[in-house]
Design a protein around this ligand. Structure first.
Ligand code: NAD
Length: 260
């Protein structure tokens, strides 16, 4: 389905991004992996993905908090594959603290990585998409693009911002064969959430299991973590021609959380 197309997935050395990269590669796209981690492990992931899917897979070490690095990543992709057809803005970090104790440097980092990186990657990928008359921009936002939670001021502000950016980009590209949507997951069991479980267990003096049942999954009516594979399948659908009229929306996949 995506043969001949090229996808960049930011933050794809782990978690949701890696799952989306894998699903896009399985569907025929060339893939640019990005994110941090152990260099040998990333190289193993890259080779393994290419071998299992037959896709061409390259890695960009670009730091999503730096606009110059994002420019290099887009340039590297165009040099390697000729275009960026699918831009998945997924890289993200979290920090949990009351707003009056929130470290300003953490606020700046979350806004840069979770929100501004999507702006930079989008503005740089769009001209090439317009030239081809086809493009898909998928912003991995969060249920926190739609609702708030205490102690997550920067994350919630950034994710609401991502939804706003999604709407504007969708409107500006509506006649160009390009769609822009936000996927809004509930809790997914990835390293990002595992760290939160540890932090909250310490902060509240309760067990990890209690954090999962009483804090995290309390939000989700179906009482289950969202699976990476479910999100990846949604991303693949958004890239299909059948999703050509689906643009400018936030798609919650959150076990009913935001139906409250
Ligand atoms: P994760 O920690 O498993 O993966 C995050 C990825 O981002 C990693 O590859 C990491 O190396 C990369 N990254 C971090 N800082 C970076 C930077 N400066 N430059 C480049 N890459 C960077 O987390 P995840 O849970 O898979 O999160 C992926 C996205 O999904 C995030 O935007 C997150 O906010 C969102 N999300 C996650 C959940 C969840 O419950 N896990 C829920 C809703 C939304």
């Amino acid at each position: 389905m995506l043969n001949g197309k090229t996808a960049i997935v930011t933050g794809s050395t782990s978690g949701i991004g890696l799952g989306i990269a894998e699903a896009l590669a399985q569907t025929g796209a060339n893939v640019v992996l990005n994110g941090f981690g152990d260099a040998m492990e990333i190289e193993r992931t890259r080779c393994d993905l290419a071998q299992r899917t037959g896709a061409r897979v390259v890695y960009s070490p670009a730091d999503m908090s730096k606009s110059g690095a994002i420019e290099n990543m887009i340039r590297q992709t165009v040099d390697a594959f000729g275009a960026v057809d699918i831009m998945v803005n997924n890289a993200g970090i979290q920090h949990v603290a009351p707003v009056d104790e929130f470290p300003p440097e953490k606020w700046d980092a979350i806004l840069a990585i979770n929100l501004s990186s999507a702006f930079h990657a989008t503005r740089l990928a769009l001209p090439g998409m317009r030239k081809k008359g086809w493009g898909r921009i998928i912003n991995v936002a969060s249920a926190h693009a739609l609702v708030g939670s205490p102690y997550k001021s920067a994350y919630v502000a950034a994710k609401h911002g991502v939804y706003g950016l999604t709407k504007v980009v969708a409107l500006e590209t509506a006649e160009d064969g390009i769609t822009c949507n936000a996927i809004c997951p509930g809790y997914v069991r990835t390293p990002l959430v595992d760290k939160q479980i540890d932090d909250q267990a310490k902060a509240h003096g309760i067990s990890r299991d209690k954090v999962i049942t009483d804090i995290l999954l309390k939000q989700q009516p179906n009482k289950k973590f969202v699976e990476v594979a479910e999100l990846a399948a949604l991303a693949v659908f958004l890239c299909s021609d059948q999703a050509g009229s689906l643009t400018g929306v936030a798609l919650p996949m959150d076990g009913g959380w935001t139906a409250h």
